[in-house]
Design a protein around this ligand. Sequence first.
Ligand code: NAD
Ligand code: ZN
Ligand code: ZN
Length: 347
Amino acid sequence: MKALVKQKAEPGLWLVDVPEPVVGPGEVKIRVLRTGICGTDLHIRKYDDWAKSTLTLPLIVGHEFSGQVVEVAEGVEDIQVGDLVSGEGHIVCGKCRNCMAGRRHLCINTVGLGVNRDGAFAEYVTLPASNVWVHRIPVDPDIAAIFDPFGNAVHTALSFPMVGEDVLVTGAGPIGLMAAAVATHVGARNVMITDVSPERLDLAGKLGVSLALNVAQSSIADGVKQLGMREGFDVGLEMSGHPQAMRDMIANMTHGGRIAMLGLPSEEFAIDWSTVVTSMITIKGIYGREMYETWYNMSVLLEKGLDLSPVITDRFSYRDFDAAFDTAASGRTGKVILDWSDAAPRA
Ligand SMILES: NC(=O)c1ccc[n+]([C@@H]2O[C@H](COP(=O)([O-])OP(=O)(O)OC[C@H]3O[C@@H](n4cnc5c(N)ncnc54)[C@H](O)[C@@H]3O)[C@@H](O)[C@H]2O)c1
Ligand SMILES: [Zn+2]
Ligand SMILES: [Zn+2]
């Protein structure tokens, strides 16, 4: 089968023929239809320090995908050949304290699809049945392919009560855009999203936010005035990974404000801890998705009319992966999708 492989310890990815994966005990084999390009995949293509220290080569990359089940191992129940599915890319051990308590998103032995084991940028991928989300509510295969980052957005956005609250989202990348859409959909009062990319702020406008603010031109305090807010933000969703965004957020929270932080900073940075203390701000780190509460939330949000279609801005054949990766790396687009559906006859 065709697969996008990190073959050599240098920048680049290679589209090559590799053997099809074999279904192990308790596993499911999936014909991949669409994949989403994530920041992680860009790091792997670039082969930066993180990639160098994390990866064992060769590796099939990719973790955001949708596909159709073509085979299930004996004993796997509730998943049928032909089902449209997405994959939870965090494979957990099932044995540590958190797993045993049902808190699988907190597993201390998490293995990442397309990072620590062969991924989904291929014609076929295998996964443990417990990592497969069957779309019982009909969904577009493009949207199904981005359930992983959509789940990051939903996990973060639903970390704290939102109804009637004033919400600040820093970073209008694909995940920040989706988080802002979720906040609006579930009944926040004001949703302000910030970025320095005019293209991404335009996209945010299409998602119905109260204010899409370019922090290269205006301060968050200006935006607060524009919205007629009298006090600071109740809830902050940090979705940029940039130190200044976090500092600006802390400076604009109300007393008792709550921050959910998904953005991954590339290094340590200082914040104004005395404001965190005297404003009694809660900061919660978010990683991945809750299994499978977040997935349930995602399916139901879409069923109730949440429209993510503006978030997908570019579609490419898997054959044009280099152009697709360049587009994703530009930092000006929403989600970039690769189409694998014509790679081989469907199941
Ligand atoms: N914790 C997790 O499980 C998890 C999972 C996936 C991604 N992430 C992280 O979440 C973040 C969002 O992911 P993404 O794919 O949308 O990333 P992205 O890099 O596409 O988007 C980040 C955005 O932040 C903007 N930005 C830069 N400086 C800013 C500032 N001062 N204020 C506001 N915005 C600013 C950038 O212009 C960019 O549009 C990234 O940091 C990513 O590494 C975390
Ligand atoms: Zn991802
Ligand atoms: Zn575990």
